[in-house]
Design a protein around this ligand. Structure first.
Ligand code: SAH
Length: 246
């Protein structure tokens, strides 16, 4: 039936993931079956009277750890699309390149931790990799999973109305995006760069590219290094932009 991107999420708070992905672009993509999001609550596989999904850590200490048997039972019953990625602050940092890779595949799955985290044996043998969304600690993996699904989902063909918007946006070319302007042309005395009103599409394209370069040089020199530095053409575009400013 659906030919959309299948994404399975394992979470003891599935409503958090569902809520974050119910409106706007991703909500519409789910309704149109472009994204087939399936939520699974590992608590359905708990075996004791209290339906426990966590227990105290071996070795002592604060907090609770998610039980490997309950998580594994939930995952194995589902046989979810791979890769199955666990949300953890210790994983590889999610970025646009990973988003593109996941969007190009046939589907993927995310396992959300809570409490102190997930029993290491699940990370070692049931999941395929660990992914972090950045160097900070959340209370659970659900918001991280929503971040990943939103970033990947908008790259699925047809999800965004205008495919061009994916091609020039930040990181698509290894550069940050150029600035945008809309009406009014004069906002509280701040004017729009005149070249954008010139009607000269070649000049507008050159300006946008040069502004992307300039911003990236100023704000994210690491991205310029990653592209192997500035080419002679890049240097010429930056000099052209500097001359426009004078
Ligand atoms: N004790 C852990 C943190 C647990 S936070 C540690 O020090 O590493 C509880 C859960 O939130 C984690 O299991 C993970 O699923 C999720 N989480 C927290 N921060 C995250 C981040 N930066 N990226 C992805 N998931 C995160």
């Amino acid at each position: 039936m659906s030919s959309g991107l299948r994404v399975d999420v394992f979470s003891v708070f599935p409503e958090l993931v569902d809520g974050a992905l119910s409106a706007s672009i991703i909500g519409r993509a789910r309704q149109n079956s472009q994204i087939d999001l399936r939520l699974h609550d590992p608590r359905d596989h708990a075996t004791d009277a209290h339906r426990s999904i966590d227990d105290s850590p071996f070795g002592g200490g604060a907090g609770m750890v998610m039980r490997p048997d309950v998580l594994a039972a939930s995952i194995r019953e589902t046989d979810p699309p791979r890769p199955l990625l666990a949300m953890t602050p210790s994983g590889a940092t999610f970025d646009q390149a990973m988003a593109r890779e996941l969007a190009a595949g046939g589907g993927f799955s995310l396992l959300c931790g809570r409490y102190e985290g997930i029993d290491q044996r699940v990370l070692d043998s049931v999941v395929d990799a660990e992914v972090s969304i950045g160097d900070y600690v959340l209370a659970g993996g659900e918001v991280a999973a929503a971040v990943i699904i939103e970033a990947v989902g908008r790259l699925v063909p047809g999800v965004l109305g205008n495919a061009d918007s994916i091609e020039d946006e930040s990181f698509a070319t290894g550069l940050l995006e150029y600035p945008h302007y809309t009406r009014p042309a004069d906002f509280e005395g701040a004017e729009v760069p005149p070249i954008l009103l010139s009607g000269n599409h070649g000049a507008v394209d050159r300006w946008r590219y040069a502004m992307s370069l300039r911003r990236t040089v100023e704000r994210r020199p690491d991205l310029i290094d990653a592209r192997g530095g500035l080419s002679p053409d890049d240097e010429a575009d930056l000099a052209w932009l500097a001359a426009l400013d004078r």
